[in-house]
Design a protein around this ligand. Structure first.
Ligand code: NAD
Ligand code: LMR
Length: 329
């Protein structure tokens, strides 16, 4: 092991996603089997003890790639020298809370975290926001980090991407590895649009292979878009292991590249492609190479898709306007 350890900061480290995530990072699944990692865990003061317990368990795994674990309740310290920041901790919606209250409460978390990243992160920092509402939380953090290139702030729609692949593979009776080029557009919310019109299954167009518009509109799209709620209903808690898995996939592909002939979905600051207003953090099809991502260009968008992309993008612009009004961006 000759490489210097990569600093990975995880917020909300004592939460359920944190518990499913940290051991996989420490085992090398986030960055690869040649890359040692140093974990920097950020929690609120009441949860620091639980994070310390997780750190004891990490030690007990004797992971060869784990170069150390530090625990903080101060964002400035936690993001000092960070190379990869996983922003998982967020304020969940509680009873009686309006949407504006939720955005404001999360502004209280993601604004100081954006400032701390701006102040202390390494030059190559990559940020993934998992905590909901992920796209708009990412926008808040990004707008408080003016010295960090905006494209380093991303939001997680990889769980939606993976869910859509699994549902499509099930419908067609094929292996998940046979499904390529699926796209999630828009927000990580029930308005998201899982698009199979450019997807391929065993080299053939997926929409043609399905050939069932009713299934697409009435089953597939709502099932994927509302899968988070389905999991909450079944488990009594939101998805954790699958969310951690998606976070690993997102960062691994961003750092190590996507395979030829395929792409992934990431929430990224729009450059105006596909008519998505510049600056909002919206999900696009992307390929990754040499630690950078690029939006897949030139896809034909028909009326069915346009209407659904526009609806999700409209929700994102409304969220952006709401946080603007609150002075958070
Ligand atoms: P959880 O409640 O189990 O854990 C959240 C943790 O964050 C808690 O330990 C809490 O103490 C901590 N926290 C709160 N404020 C913090 C702050 N300011 N700094 C550091 N830590 C802080 O929740 P979870 O199940 O782990 O989920 C975390 C978030 O991820 C939620 O917002 C959830 O909705 C979201 N989520 C997103 C996706 C996605 O696909 N984007 C999927 C699943 C869950
Ligand atoms: C998910 O998609 O599973 C979560 O974002 C659901 C949630 O509200 O935490």
């Amino acid at each position: 092991m000759t490489q210097a350890p990569v600093n990975v900061t995880v917020t909300g480290a004592a939460g359920q996603i944190g518990y499913a995530l940290l051991f996989r990072i420490a085992s090398g699944q986030l960055l690869g089997q040649d890359t040692p990692v140093k974990l920097r865990l950020l929690e609120i003061p009441q949860a620091v003890k639980a994070a310390e317990g997780t750190a004891l368990e990490l030690e007990d795994c004797a992971f060869p790639l784990l170069a150390g674990v530090d625990i903080f309740d101060d964002a400035k310290q936690a993001f000092e020298g960070v190379n990869v920041a996983l922003l998982v901790g967020a304020r969940p919606r509680t009873k009686g809370m309006e949407r504006g209250d939720l955005l404001e409460a999360n502004g209280g978390i993601f604004k100081p975290q954006g400032e701390a990243i701006n102040a202390g992160a390494a030059d190559d920092v990559k940020v993934l926001v998992v905590g909901n509402p992920a796209n708009t939380n990412a926008l808040i953090a990004q707008s408080h980090a003016p010295d960090v290139p905006a494209e380093r702030f991303t939001a997680m729609t990889r769980l939606d991407h993976n869910r859509a692949i699994a549902q499509l593979a099930k419908k067609l009776g094929v292996a998940v590895s046979d499904v390529k080029k699926l796209t999630i557009w828009g927000n990580h919310s029930a308005t998201q649009y899982p698009d199979i019109f450019h997807a391929e299954v065993g080299g053939k167009n997926a929409a043609e292979a399905v050939n069932d518009k009713a299934w697409l509109a009435d089953e597939f799209i709502p099932r994927v878009a509302k899968r988070g709620a389905e999991i909450i209903e079944a488990r009594g808690a939101s998805s954790a292991a699958s969310a951690a898995n998606a976070a690993i996939d997102h960062v691994y592909d961003w750092v190590n590249g996507t395979p030829d002939g395929d792409w992934v979905s990431m929430g990224i600051p729009s450059d105006g492609s596909y008519g998505v207003p510049e600056g909002i953090i919206s999900s696009f099809p992307v390929t990754c190479k040499n630690g950078k991502y690029e939006i897949v260009q030139g896809l034909q968008i028909d009326d069915f898709s346009r209407e659904r992309i526009d609806a999700s993008v409209r929700e994102l612009t409304e969220e952006r306007d709401a946080v603007k009004q609150l002075g958070l961006v």
